[in-house]
Design a protein around this ligand. Structure first.
Ligand SMILES: [Zn+2]
Length: 188
């Protein structure tokens, strides 16, 4: 899949919109991205997972680890394609941890998979879960890269999107008097 194939799929699902949005952080943006709207279609999730797996197969991961909730579906599909386990780490009153009897140890070569990497913060925290259990993190991967900085391991993404965000007081759309759009109703 080329980056334009991936972005075309996102647009077709209403998962990538242009307009004027308020993000959950409170910042305003001229773009809206919601991977779950693509991943709700299992065949599309499988196709993205297969494409991502092809990019990272050479790293020889023996297990996929994803942060809940956003990384679970795509992590599962990448793991399916690689033929390895799919684990997820989740938050319980603080940092991400492994629960549900999931195990990692020094014999494991971990691939961290997420839907979107923005700052890389949750990726680094997921890597730390593996490191703390003695496992080696061999690579990280995401469907969409929104500008991740160096993670210290090889990183692959299927497409890159640069969507600028603004404080509400400095938002150009607000200054033009453009009303906020409400994503999640239907593709425009
Ligand atoms: Zn605005």
């Amino acid at each position: 899949m080329t980056p334009s194939d991936v972005l075309g799929m996102f647009r077709a699902c209403g998962a990538l919109l242009e307009g004027h949005f308020r993000l959950t952080s409170g910042l305003h943006s001229t773009g809206y991205l919601q991977c779950a709207l693509v991943l709700q279609y299992p065949a599309r999730a499988e196709e993205l997972g297969r494409a991502l797996a092809a990019r990272v197969r050479a790293h020889g991961a023996t297990v996929v680890l994803s942060p809940a909730l956003g990384g679970i579906v795509i992590g599962h599909e990448v793991a399916r394609s690689l033929g390895v386990r799919a684990l997820f780490a989740e938050r319980r009153d603080g940092p991400l941890v492994l629960r549900r009897g999931f195990t990692l140890g020094p014999d494991d070569r971990v691939l961290v998979v997420e839907d979107v990497i923005t700052t890389g913060g949750s990726t680094r925290e997921t890597m730390l879960v593996a490191h703390d259990l003695g496992a080696e993190v061999v690579a990280a991967a995401a469907i969409i890269d929104r500008g991740a900085s160096d993670l210290g391991v090889p990183f692959e993404a299927l497409a890159r999107i640069d969507v600028p965000t603004f404080e509400a007081e400095a938002c150009p759309k607000c200054l033009e008097g453009v009303p906020l759009d409400r994503p999640g109703s239907r593709p425009r």
